[in-house]
Design a protein around this ligand. Structure first.
Ligand code: 1PX
Length: 215
């Protein structure tokens, strides 16, 4: 699929893509989910090259999902629900340790799912923050409560250091390209529950299927 690469990032775009993530019967559509990450990665890249080791990994994982979608069994990867069913029924997932299926959709989405929790926590902090609050601290706290628990010491150090390069709150709000700070906050009021919902549906599915610890 093609996306408007030249268009300036806007938080609105994040909102719209995550809105389109849920099917009528509340399944998570893989294409829209990946598209949502694509918008976020574009935003992160605009913040500076210091974040490129993070976006590289995100892009890798998005590409794995695009490859599944474009593959012979692409239709099985329409939703996260159909993907889980298909991969589990056909033994296409490394359940205990990494082996032949290190690029399974299940483990790949799990990594993005953990990052989605970070995003939800971070945006919620931004929403309720006041002028003097530091983005680097909000980001670190959100990270410690989510992704950090799954990362090695080295990655945690590198990530935490990169967070210090984040722009200050006012600049951050500006580059979200929504309008006044009040308008950003009200858009966050819409976006956070939406992202939470997508996160929660996936989390429940993974928990029921015992997939939350995939290597
Ligand atoms: C409106 C504000 C939006 C901000 C958008 C930011 C988009 C962030 C995208 C981050 C995606 C990160 C995916 C990380 C997946 C992961 O955990 N990968 C690790 C495990 O993978 P493996 O295949 O080995 O099991 C991998 O080791 C990761 C390495 C890269 C470092 C990850 C640090 C993650 C920090 C996330 C916070 C991003 C902060 C950006 C600030 C704007």
């Amino acid at each position: 699929a093609d996306f408007e690469v030249d268009e300036k990032f806007s938080l609105k775009e994040v909102l719209i893509t995550f809105q389109s993530c849920l099917s009528d019967n509340e399944e998570v559509l893989v294409d829209s989910y990946v598209a949502g990450w694509r918008v976020l990665v574009r935003f992160m890249n605009s913040l500076g090259t210091i974040f490129s080791f993070i976006s590289k990994d995100a892009v890798n994982k998005m590409q794995i999902m695009v490859n599944h979608r474009n593959g012979e069994n692409g239709d099985k990867y329409l939703t996260i629900q159909s993907m889980v069913q298909y991969e589990l029924n056909n033994n296409l997932v490394d359940l205990k340790k990494r082996g032949d299926y290190s690029e399974s959709g299940c483990r790949t989405i799990l990594r993005l799912q953990r990052a989605l929790l970070w995003l939800k926590l971070f945006l919620e902090k931004l929403r309720t923050s006041s002028e003097d609050d530091k983005t680097s601290i909000m980001c670190t706290e959100a990270y410690n409560d989510s992704l950090a628990q799954h990362h090695s010491w080295v990655i945690r150090k590198a990530a935490t250091m990169a967070f210090y390069a984040l722009p200050a709150r006012a600049t951050f709000f500006e580059v979200m390209n929504v309008g006044t700070q009040e308008q950003v906050v009200s858009m966050l009021e819409e976006a956070v529950p939406l992202i939470s919902k997508v996160h929660e549906i996936t989390e429940n599915l993974y928990s029921q299927s015992n997939l939350l610890e995939l290597p």
